[in-house]
Write a new protein. Structure first.
Length: 125
């Protein structure tokens, strides 16, 4: 009934939630000597799976690609200019947190609007 849109929105919300958790963890460890920031991968894997599935022209393949897509948390070992070898830049993390928060709010609004449309259709309005 809902198609793949709710499934995609759910995956996006899961990813954005995890990304916020990882960013908050990075910010909380900004002064921890030797700490290496963590990052979350999702978009590329998601895009590649959807692209491959859409070429099959099979709706179930697209649904399966969405379900099989998962985020991955990894450690970023890029160089640090700091003496304590911590590679977290608090300014960058705060900007990314704000951006991720806005994306999350947008996705929640999208889900809410989809439910409202279905509700209106069911009520016949």
């Amino acid at each position: 009934m809902f198609g793949n849109s709710f499934l995609m929105e759910g995956k996006a919300l899961d990813y954005l939630w995890k990304k916020q958790e990882v960013i908050l963890n990075n910010i909380s460890n900004v002064d921890t000597p030797g700490y290496k920031k963590k990052q979350v991968r999702f978009v590329e894997e998601f895009r590649n799976r959807l692209r491959a599935a859409s070429q099959t022209h099979d709706r179930s393949a697209v649904r399966q690609a969405i379900q099989d897509s998962n985020y991955q948390v990894y450690t970023a070992y890029d160089s640090s200019a700091r003496v304590d070898e911590n590679n977290v830049n608090a300014d960058v993390e705060n900007v990314e947190m704000a951006r991720t928060g806005l994306h999350y709010q947008y996705m929640l609004q999208s889900v809410t609007n989809d439910f409202k449309r279905y509700q209106s259709a069911i009520k016949g309005q």
